[in-house]
Design a binder for this molecule. Sequence first.
Ligand code: HEM
Length: 113
Amino acid sequence: MVQPTGSASLLDTAVARFYDLVLDDPRLAHWFSDVDMTRLRRHQAEFLGTALDGGASRYDLRRAHAGLGIDDAAFDRVVEHLGAALAAVGIEDGHRRDIQQAAAGLRDQVVEA
Ligand code: HEM
């Protein structure tokens, strides 16, 4: 888990960058096109929070993503963008990999196609 060490704004920047990458990616943007911004913000906060906590979430991720048809390729790209965003704000490689691994561990709950 990444300790905040007074750098909440660093994580905020990483989150913003992460979603810029996701929404700018033509292979991913369509999943979010009908999603309202309130839910999108909740998604981004929850995504990062869940990844940082090693997968603990108060959401039922399987239910949250049921019927969305998210496949392995889309999931991989989202995790890649997460890594790129964390690297861009200078999160050290070891931490970045831990976070990506925690996110990757949620695949079975999100991917259904
Ligand atoms: C570790 C991976 C992920 C986590 C922790 C996560 C978390 C969540 C949560 C908590 C919700 C419910 C939000 C709410 O009820 O307000 C949600 C919904 C959603 N997620 Fe994810 N997600 C992950 C991966 C993905 C991926 C890979 C995609 C698409 C490529 C995706 C697309 C969506 C969409 C479209 C919704 C529905 C939003 C809505 O209906 O308003 N998620 N996700």
